[in-house]
Design a protein around this ligand. Structure first.
Ligand code: UDX
Length: 450
């Protein structure tokens, strides 16, 4: 077991950069390998290339103390490293299966420099069985490396808090010395987490903090299963929302009461425009594809995906039904392009999907998001106009649709919406507004399942 391992982190994205910066704060020397030049330059200046609360001060001070070393070179840190965390991207293929090109390229490239006996830890989300294939690859390349699966559960927007005050750390592998080393790294991080939390200005949490060791295959399956189950809960809530709409119930009241049963739990039952982001859509499709590969049909996940895919269309339909006429030439403002509040990430963003669908109906669409600037532009259909302030976005709108639960939108007084809008329809696609306050301002409130 390594007492004070030197660490290399491959890929400085949402997971890799958070991991590298935090481990650099718990006394380890950490090389963070990022091949993208503009992202690397930002990190060298003490900045992440995405918005994540608390991360920049942590990067900056780790750079100052010399424990965080950003580089684009595998050769710089790996030969000196005892432990390598692979945190490269795993996009999906058009058929929904995981594209493991980066995962295998990283392993092959790292193998050129890995010293015998080092530990290669997979944090990227990979289909079950991938670790066994990478172990075979190392054996074929004549490398004596211990492979460990250590799936990541952090959420964007609360990445530091989730990593420092975790529910569980899962470590799967065949060599006890290697899994013990990984566990000890996290125990050291846990020992100094209050200091780091203060420095990053994130609130400390009181979560369970379990350490769980399993087989390699189980660890890989835990990660995708956890995400799939959370996605399932959301799609379940959205199915009930559709029924609530038809029978005149309020899905928020329903799910609050249902979630009060501690066997069910209240989290991830928030109905609205559906889930997005870099994980849930991809992981649900990846699990379905993984099932197919092994001859298992995961019907329940196919249904969860279908419900989620239906949500933007459901929202447009509801809007059309409410107005009783076409949306053509209506001035519609979509508030929120990030796939959720607290991030600038627009991957598989419901807000962008809804803006595109509205634009296709012939509406005149304007958008605004406090943290997204040009990032969404690539995903837009032609003609969408992105605004730089909330007021500019709302002014003169016939309809406003809130698609991300940013506080800037949910705490903006309903009277201000009413004053700036030309029309009076406020569509709360995240079910975050207080209905009586909206109605008191003279606006018509529409939610999802309310
Ligand atoms: C998720 C997992 O939560 C995390 O453990 C994993 O490591 C990565 O994937 P993330 O994608 O950052 O994290 O965001 P999360 O907060 O889970 O939300 C995912 C999507 O579901 C967002 O679009 C969010 O708005 C939506 N959501 C979440 C709902 O629609 N309803 C809910 O009740 C909760």
């Amino acid at each position: 077991m390594y007492e004070n391992p030197v660490i290399t982190v491959l890929g400085a994205g949402y997971v890799g950069l958070t991991t590298a910066a935090l481990l650099a704060h718990s006394g380890y020397t950490v090389y963070a390998v990022e091949p993208n030049a503009s992202r690397l330059n930002a990190i060298k200046r003490g900045k992440s290339f995405f918005y994540e609360k608390g991360l920049d001060p942590i990067i900056e001070s780790a750079l100052d103390s010399g424990t965080l070393i950003p580089t684009d070179s595998y050769e710089m840190g790996i030969p000196k490293s005892d432990v390598i965390f692979s945190c490269v991207g795993t996009p999906d293929n058009p058929d929904g299966s995981s594209n493991l090109t980066y995962v295998f390229n990283a392993a092959k490239e790292a193998a050129r420099y890995l010293k015998p006996g080092s530990i290669y830890i997979q944090k990227s989300t990979v289909p079950v069985g991938t670790g066994a294939d990478i172990e075979k690859l190392f054996t074929k390349l004549n490398k004596q490396i211990d492979y460990v699966s250590n799936p990541e559960f952090l959420r964007e927007g609360t990445a530091l808090q989730d990593t420092l005050f975790f529910d569980r750390i899962v470590v799967g592998g065949n060599n006890k010395q290697a899994t013990d080393t990984v566990l000890s790294i996290y125990r050291n991080l846990e020992a100094c987490r209050e200091t780091i939390a203060t420095k990053a200005d994130v609130t400390s949490g009181s979560r369970k903090g379990e350490y769980i060791t399993t087989s390699l295959n189980s660890a890989e399956l835990i990660k995708v299963t956890a995400n799939a189950f959370l996605a399932l809960k959301i799609s379940f809530a959205n199915s009930i929302a559709k029924l609530a709409d038809t029978v005149g119930a309020d899905v928020v009241d329903v799910m609050n009461a249902v979630g009060a049963d501690e066997r069910i739990g209240s989290s991830f039952l928030h109905a609205g425009r559906g889930y997005g982001g870099g994980c849930f859509p991809k992981d649900v499709s990846g699990l379905i594809a993984s099932g197919h590969q092994h001859g298992v049909e995961l019907e329940i996940m196919t249904a969860a995906r279908a419900v989620n895919d239906s949500m933007p269309g459901y929202i447009i339909k509801k809007l059309q039904n409410k107005l009783g006429d076409s949306l053509k030439n209506k001035q519609i403002t979509v508030l929120g392009l990030a796939f959720k509040a607290g991030t600038s990430d627009v991957r598989r963003s419901p807000g962008v999907a809804i803006a595109n669908a509205l634009q296709r109906t012939g509406a005149i669409v304007r958008t605004y998001d406090p943290q997204v600037q040009d990032e969404a532009a690539d995903d837009y259909v032609d003609g969408i106009m992105q605004q730089t302030s909330l007021e500019a976005a709302i002014k003169g709108a016939d309809i406003v649709v809130i698609t991300t639960e940013w506080l800037e939108f949910t705490t903006y007084h309903a009277a201000n919406y009413a004053k700036l809008m030309k029309g009076s329809l406020l569509f709360d696609a995240v079910n975050c507004l207080d209905i009586p306050s909206v109605q008191a301002a003279g606006l018509t409130y529409v939610g999802v399942g309310r």
